[in-house]
Write a protein that binds this ligand. Structure first.
Ligand code: ADP
Ligand code: MG
Length: 478
């Protein structure tokens, strides 16, 4: 495609129009008139394109009126999206290595743009030398903005992964609650029939009181986890005894009794007026105990959910503004590990933590420090095979606190170690690593907290050490 597209009508540009461009505002009238003479202007309607992705970049653009939206992707496949506003310069710039547009540019509302041919850049800079540094500044600003956008994207990606892990963690207790509630409902539906049977069998008040006393006794007992074998043996003994007594659905009752920790001896100690009374009595006992157990399970699952939500709050510091504050590093590390628990389990890795008992708080930005812990632990997890180990420690070192994240993975080759803190350096496949984790962590630790981030690595032992001054940075954080 021709850029600008041939269906657009080229119009003359006046020096007065160009004066609205910030970078040109103070130029002399003759200089502006000369530039205007080199330009053509185009008026675009909403949505109309000035250029397409991959079109050769042969013009500098002056946004006279309206706005241009650019969308596409760079050669590495990173998305590109930005807007050029009224009064701004964009497109090809002097000294830029750009050869083609990385995205398509479309008008947002009615837009008027003056285009200046790149072929005349040498003449332009000779005639108006002051433009050189200004246009280079436009270019570096553009690069900085793009980097910031990519950092933001990397953060969102990391956050998305954490959210996915957390969703898994929440899913277990949540589905346990649903399952238990369904089970409880089914059991409670048998209640009217059971009460009728109790009446018909003429179960006495004393008998019911004895059953209640046994229930209470069982509730008080500490529950003991059973192995599969032990459990099936207990179940067999119980269902044999129930069968001896001629109890229908004995196996089902035995299952519940084992669940709640009831033994054959317990049952034998129960007096029975008639076989019929014993049977409904036992069904009553099973129902009340099972209901009780179900409620306890629901309680535990809800508590687990509440704890996870608590971790999310601690982790994100979402109940607080991002201000400089006293940060409890232990709480931050623990909540980070909770957020990563799913990945830890998935990788089959064990994590050991060692915190100095009276670890003092550090002045800093809690949410940002948690990002650092996340990046370091996440990298360790990526480096490990199943069975690998991670050790996280936090200790006081004079007027600093040292946090270390150590793994027993393959380590980082010496020539690679020099690059790992650089932005976009990654050894991971596309889509898995952004190469920004350590760069962002480094700037959070050094620039925001006045600390240091160092690595010591050899095969089988990689340690990242973060040193944070207790009193925060001596100067205002950048
Ligand atoms: N614990 C570690 N063990 C081995 N290599 C690591 C470790 N931590 C970081 N690295 C290396 O440093 C590179 C850069 O890390 P990072 O900046 O977090 O980006 P990313 O994780 O997206 O690749 C990684 O790709 C990896 O090669
Ligand atoms: Mg990383």
């Amino acid at each position: 495609m021709n850029t600008p597209p041939s269906e657009l009508q080229a119009e003359p540009v006046t020096a007065a129009e160009l004066r609205a461009i910030a970078a040109l505002a103070d130029l002399s009238e003759p200089d502006l008139a000369w530039i205007a003479g080199q330009c053509s202007a185009y008026t675009l309607e909403e949505g109309q394109a000035l250029f397409q992705q991959h079109d050769p970049a042969e013009h500098m653009h002056f946004l006279l009126e309206g706005e241009l939206e650019v969308c596409g992707s760079d050669p590495e496949g990173q998305p590109v999206a930005y807007r050029v506003r009224q009064g701004e310069v964009s497109g090809q710039l002097p000294h830029s290595r750009m050869t083609e547009f990385s995205g398509s540019g479309r008008a947002v509302g009615r837009t008027r743009i003056a285009v200046f041919p790149a072929a005349r850049f040498t003449d332009l800079l000779q005639r108006v030398p002051v433009l050189e540094s200004r246009l280079v500044a436009v270019m570096t600003g553009r690069v900085r903005e793009q980097t910031r956008a990519q950092e933001q994207q990397a953060r969102m990606l990391a956050l998305g992964r954490l959210a996915a892990g957390l969703a898994h963690e929440l899913n277990n207790p949540a589905s346990a609650i649903r399952r238990t509630a369904a089970d409880l409902r089914a059991r409670l539906r048998t209640l009217p029939e059971l009460v009728a049977a109790l009446c018909e069998a003429g179960v006495s008040r004393t008998h019911l009181q004895q059953l209640e006393a046994l229930s209470e006794q069982v509730r008080q007992r500490p529950s003991r986890p059973l192995g599969t074998l032990e459990r099936s043996e207990l179940e067999d003994t119980l269902s044999d005894r129930l069968e001896d007594w001629g109890v229908a659905c004995g196996a089902e009752l035995a299952d519940t009794f084992v669940d709640v920790g009831l033994s054959v001896q317990d049952l034998e100690a129960l007096p029975a007026e008639t076989a019929e009374a014993r049977e409904v009595g036992l069904r009553w006992l099973a129902l009340t105990l099972a209901a009780d157990k179900a409620l306890e399970d629901v309680d535990q699952s809800s508590e687990r959910i509440a704890r996870l939500i608590g971790s999310v709050k601690t982790y994100s510091h979402m109940d607080r503004a991002a201000t400089f504050e006293e940060v409890d590093l232990r709480a931050g590390l623990e909540s980070t590990l909770t957020m990563l628990a799913h990945k830890v389990r998935e990788r089959g890795v064990t994590v050991r933590t060692e915190y100095e008992p009276d670890l003092p708080p550090v002045r800093g930005f809690g949410g940002e420090l948690n990002q650092v812990w996340t990046n370091l632990i996440d990298n360790a997890l990526d480096a490990l095979e199943p069975g690998g180990r991670i050790r996280v420690t936090a200790r006081r070192h004079g007027e600093q606190v040292a946090v270390t994240v150590e793994d027993n993975g393959p380590g980082i080759a010496p020539e690679v170690q020099q690059c790992i803190f650089e932005p976009f350096f990654t050894t991971k496949p596309v889509g898995q690593g952004s190469g920004l984790g350590l760069d962002i962590s480094h700037s959070i630790v050094t620039r925001r907290h006045g600390g240091s981030l160092q690595v010591d690595s050899r095969p089988g032992r990689t340690v990242f050490t973060v040193l944070l001054p207790l009193r925060g940075p001596q100067e205002a954080p950048a």
